[in-house]
Design a protein around this ligand. Structure first.
Ligand code: SF4
Length: 356
């Protein structure tokens, strides 16, 4: 009984805090499930300030599920360019088609139907079903993990199955069953604005009397993280080839990152290599079988961090003399230089294109 009162006090305080401090965001002006879903997908791993413009552009170009489903994938990827994690855009597009074919174009209202859509996980299904349909499913995102880990001094690391399970159960027990959507948005906003990762505002926090981490003087010890996830280091060498007014790109495929996006010809090496080492490789000789190169300049080096990968990148600018008959290897697409910006590319390639 005491635990239930403790939890309902926390819920009441969170809702009261939210009624005074709620942020006005464009996707909060609607309960249209399509727009709620779109905003949730855009905001995963994206700051609100950055996602805001993308959301407005998407709803302007694709105001409903049907318009998104009928678009070409390349247009969806191009509109997404700069947000990163392009799988989200591809899944968004596939899920819109699934809604058209499996649900006659009506956004499904049941949690399990929403969860069955391409790319939709427990977090998004809970967010959409609670905000658009008032279904009592608690969201558990990074903010919720941190707030609950501190409030309840959860000792299990949040990046383990056990830690995730404990926090999900507590989150579900805290949900306000009459206003689940408002509660979910309240706890996420609270985590972002008050119980922040660094320097949480404990002295102004309405939940402070209920916070075990604060009472134990251990706010900085929570959430506990095991850091067992490994990060893969990769070495990319891109070749921005210029031959008269032409350049060359290729489309990524397979199951690797950035599927269906375009990029310059790439040689990936298992270890860092300078240019002299690179020219000795079989891949280099395959890319440039003839010696018609006029000049090769290392234009930019970038360290690009993804969730589980660090890409150490070198961009080379290769000028091929006009007299040379450059025959590109299979898979390379020859385009006019000025058409380069029309192709959807990764954030890494976009950074290079903005600098050159
Ligand atoms: Fe977070 Fe501090 Fe409030 Fe506890 S007291 S919930 S750590 S802001």
């Amino acid at each position: 009984m005491e635990a239930i009162n403790h939890q309902s006090n926390i819920t009441t305080l969170l809702l009261s805090w939210y009624s005074k401090h709620k942020r006005d965001l464009p996707w909060r002006e609607t309960s249209d499930p399509y727009r709620v879903w779109l905003s949730e997908v855009i905001l995963q791993q994206t700051r609100i300030a950055q996602g805001w413009d993308y959301y407005l552009r998407f709803v302007d170009r694709f105001p409903d599920v049907q318009s998104l489903a009928e678009a070409e994938e390349e247009e969806v990827l191009k509109l997404w360019q700069g947000l990163g994690y392009y799988t989200r855009a591809r899944n968004l597009h596939t899920a819109a088609k699934q809604i058209m074919s499996r649900f006659n174009g009506r956004f499904p209202s049941g949690y399990s139907d929403i969860l069955s859509l391409q790319g939709v996980g427990a977090y998004t299904a809970a967010a959409v079903s609670s905000i658009a349909f008032d279904a009592p499913h608690a969201v558990v995102d990074g903010n919720v993990f941190r707030v609950i880990a501190r409030l309840f001094a959860v000792a299990s690391p949040i990046d383990t199955t056990e830690g995730k399970k404990i926090i999900s159960e507590i989150a579900q027990s805290l949900i306000d069953r009459e206003h689940p959507g408002i509660y979910n948005q309240a706890i996420m906003d609270f985590g972002s604005l008050v119980c922040a990762p660094a320097q949480p505002k404990c002295m102004d926090c309405p939940l402070q009397p209920h916070c075990l981490a604060f009472q134990e003087n251990g706010v900085n010890a929570f959430p506990v993280i095991s850091h067992k996830t490994s990060v893969r280091e990769r070495y990319f060498n891109y070749f921005h080839i210029e031959h008269e007014n032409k350049t060359y790109i290729q489309k990524r495929n397979g199951s690797d990152i950035w599927k269906n996006l375009y990029e310059f010809p790439l040689i990936e090496t298992p270890t860092p290599m300078d240019f002299l080492q690179l020219v000795q490789t079989k891949d280099f000789r395959h890319l440039f079988p003839e010696t018609g190169l006029r000049s090769v300049d290392l234009r930019l080096t970038l360290r690009h961090q993804l969730t589980h990968q660090i890409i150490h990148t070198r961009f080379y600018r290769v000028m091929i003399s006009a007299e040379s008959a450059f025959v590109p290897p299979e898979g390379l697409i020859c385009i006019e230089k000025q058409h380069l910006s029309a192709y959807p590319v990764s954030r890494l390639t976009d950074k290079y294109m903005k600098i050159i």
